[in-house]
Ligand binder design. Structure first.
Ligand code: GRF
Length: 213
């Protein structure tokens, strides 16, 4: 199954996917393209180093979101994309995009949704004083980080933490969780039942990752 990844920044989650693919841990998934709205970002460099096709569409060149989304759809269709993974992609997608790929777009978010959607999930969690934080992989809908939840991983907030140490602890879990979920999706083991998502098969239990150590 052809998978594309969209990213805007450092691309460490993309790297986790590339490494998993190289290790044969993504099942039938093939990462066929990496796209970005930030032409010089490190995520694109990581993709090039891995020999994966890249494209950049600078959103500032588009007067409206819909036009940007239309161009994204065209790029992704050119790669016969069947699953799109948002890994630090910092643009909201409109129905122009989402209707083109129904239930084929997933996102990783650095909080235990529905708490702390939007930007800076770790900072929001830290400021709120929660004792447990984490990350979520979910299907993307037209809202902000509001689609059906596929998997979550939990980390503790420790006494000596600052926002950065918490962000790093969450990020490490993101790197474990995202490849597991991508594999489950491409193996057709993820079933959406309204708001609830059922994951079956060997790795089902790993979609509730615990990292309390
Ligand atoms: C991650 O925390 C991801 O959950 C969020 O943006 C960050 C991207 O990090 N959406 P990276 O580019 O994968 O290193």
């Amino acid at each position: 199954m052809n998978v594309a990844v969209l990213a805007s920044g450092g691309g460490t989650n993309l790297q986790a996917l590339l490494d998993a693919a190289a290790a044969g841990a993504l099942g039938p998934a093939r990462i066929v393209a990496v796209g970005s709205n930030v032409p010089g970002c490190e995520a694109l460099a990581r993709a090039r180093r891995a020999g994966v096709a890249t494209f950049a569409l600078d959103h500032r060149n588009f007067a409206e979101r819909a036009g940007f989304d239309q161009a994204l759809v065209a790029e992704l269709r050119g790669h016969d994309t069947e699953l799109i993974v948002l890994a630090g992609f910092m643009r909201l997608l409109t129905p122009v995009f989402l209707d083109a790929f129904p239930q084929q777009v997933i996102n990783i978010h650095p909080s235990l949704l529905p708490a702390f959607p939007g930007t800076n999930g770790p900072g929001q969690a830290f400021a709120h004083g929660v004792r447990y934080a984490g990350c979520t992989v979910h299907f993307v809908d037209a809202g902000t980080d509001s689609g059906p939840i596929i998997a979550q991983a939990v980390v503790p907030v420790l006494a000596g933490d600052d926002v950065e140490s918490l962000r790093q602890r969450i990020l490490r879990e993101e790197h474990r969780l995202l490849p597991v979920v991508v594999r489950a999706v491409v193996e057709a083991r993820v079933v959406v039942e309204g708001r609830r998502v059922r994951v079956t098969g060997a790795t089902a239990e790993t979609t509730h990752l615990r990292s309390l150590d």
